[in-house]
Design a binder for this molecule. Structure first.
Ligand code: GLA
Length: 347
C-alpha cells in the first residue's frame, strides 16, 4: 500500500469586510469547527481518483483535464498546482470528508483546495508556508476554475483556527489574530437559499468595481477618500459599489479595534451597519435574508449581517452565549427554511 497523507482545513465565516478583498481592503474572518479533511495517496500516473461520502459519485479524472463544473474540479486544480509547486510528480487518490455545507458561503471550495495542498506539502516534506499555499489556492480558483474571488477565504482556511478571528489586510497579506468577544457567540445560520460564486452575480459586482477602479485610477477602491467618492462625477452603480468598499473597509478596521478593546456593543453595531451597506450600496442581499437579519436583531442579537459572497447563503449574528438556545429556537420557528450551521466563540 502506498503512503497516505492527511490534512484538514476549516470552513470560515466572515464577521465583517465583504467584497473588500479584491479592492485593497481588510477582512475579518473566523475559522469554524466544521471543516474538510483530505487523505492523499500519491500516484505514479497522472490520474486523479476522488472519493467522498459527502459529495456526488467518485470521480476518475486526469491532471490534464479542464474544469467541467463538477465537485472534483477543485481536486484536479489543487493537484495541478501541487505539481507546479514541485510538491507532487503525478496524480493522486484523494478521499474527502466534509462537514461544510456547499453553496452556503462558508468556503467549502477554498477549504478543499487548501487541505489538498497541505497534504501534498506533507507528502513532499516541503517548507512552503501557509501563505504560499493560500496564494496557490487562490490561483486554482481564479485561473483553473474561473472563479473571480479574492484572497480572504484561502488565507482564512490556511491560517486561522477556531476560537479567534483573523484581521487580514488583503493588500499586504499582514494579519493579526484577535480574540472573539467573551461571553458571546458568532452564530452562523443558513438562510436556506443557496448560491454559487460562478452564477454570474459575484462576477457582475466585480465588474462594477472594475469600472469604479478605472474611473478613480486605482486598484484599491477601499482606500479612497469617502468625500471624493461621494462627489465624483460617475454613474450611480459604480459609485454605490465604491462607497460600500470605502465604508466597509473603515467598518472592518473599527471592528478589529472593537475586538482588541473587548467592545462587543461596538462590534455588533458595525456588523448591522455592514448589512445595511451590503443591502443598499452593494446590492448583494435578498429580501428573505434582510428579513432573517431583522428577526435575528429583533430577537436580541447584538449585531447581525449577511456573510460571504452574497445572494444567498448564511447570516452571522453576535448573540450573548446565555441567550443562544432561546434565540435560535425562536429564529427557526419564524424562519422554517433557515438552519443552524455552527457558532464561533472565544477559545
Ligand atoms: C467570496 C469570495 C471572497 C470574498 C467574499 C466577499 O467568499 O470567495 O474572496 O470576495 O465572497 O467578501
Amino acid at each position: 500500500m502506498s503512503a497516505t497523507f492527511t490534512a484538514r482545513a476549516p470552513g470560515r465565516v466572515n464577521l465583517i469586510g465583504e467584497h473588500t478583498d479584491y479592492n485593497g481592503g481588510w477582512v475579518l474572518p473566523a475559522a469554524l469547527s466544521v471543516g474538510i479533511e483530505v487523505t492523499l495517496a500519491p500516484r505514479s500516473d497522472s490520474s486523479v481518483a476522488v472519493s467522498s461520502l459527502n459529495y456526488d459519485a467518485p470521480a476518475m479524472r486526469e491532471l490534464s483535464d479542464d474544469a467541467v463544473g463538477e465537485w472534483s474540479d477543485p481536486c484536479v486544480g489543487a493537484l495541478r498546482e501541487a505539481n507546479a509547486l514541485g510538491l507532487l510528480t503525478g496524480g493522486a487518490a484523494l478521499d474527502v470528508t466534509s462537514s461544510v455545507p456547499e453553496g452556503s458561503g462558508l468556503s467549502s471550495s477554498a477549504a478543499l483546495i487548501v487541505a489538498i495542498l497541505k497534504a501534498a506539502r506533507e507528502a513532499a516534506g516541503s517548507d512552503l508556508s501557509d501563505v504560499d499555499l493560500a496564494i496557490a489556492a487562490r490561483r486554482v480558483e481564479n485561473e483553473y476554475m474561473g472563479v473571480p474571488c479574492g484572497i480572504m477565504d484561502q488565507m482564512a482556511v490556511a491560517l486561522a483556527s477556531p476560537g479567534s478571528a483573523m484581521a487580514l489586510d488583503t493588500k499586504s497579506l499582514d494579519w493579526e489574530i484577535l480574540p472573539l468577544p467573551a461571553g458571546h457567540e458568532m452564530v452562523v445560520v443558513h438562510s436556506g437559499l443557496t448560491r454559487k460564486l460562478t452564477d454570474g452575480r459575484y462576477g457582475a459586482r466585480k465588474a462594477e468595481c472594475d469600472a469604479a477602479k478605472r474611473h478613480f485610477g486605482t486598484e484599491d477602491l477601499c482606500l479612497l477618500d469617502q468625500a471624493e467618492v461621494e462627489s465624483a462625477n460617475i454613474d450611480e452603480v459604480p459609485k454605490r459599489r465604491a462607497l460600500h468598499c470605502v465604508t466597509e473597509h473603515q467598518r472592518t478596521l473599527a471592528a478589529a479595534k472593537a475586538l482588541r478593546d473587548g467592545d462587543v456593543a461596538r462590534l455588533g453595531h458595525l456588523m448591522s451597519e455592514s448589512h445595511v451597506s451590503m443591502r443598499d450600496l452593494f446590492e448583494m442581499s435578498l429580501p428573505e435574508i434582510d428579513t432573517l437579519v431583522e428577526t435575528a436583531q429583533g430577537l436580541g442579537a447584538i449585531g447581525a449581517r449577511l456573510t460571504g459572497g452574497g445572494f444567498g447563503g448564511c447570516i452571522v449574528a453576535c448573540v450573548p452565549a446565555s441567550e443562544r438556545g432561546v434565540w435560535m429556537a425562536e429564529l427557526l420557528k419564524r424562519h422554517p427554511h433557515a438552519r443552524f450551521i455552527d457558532a464561533a466563540s472565544a477559545a
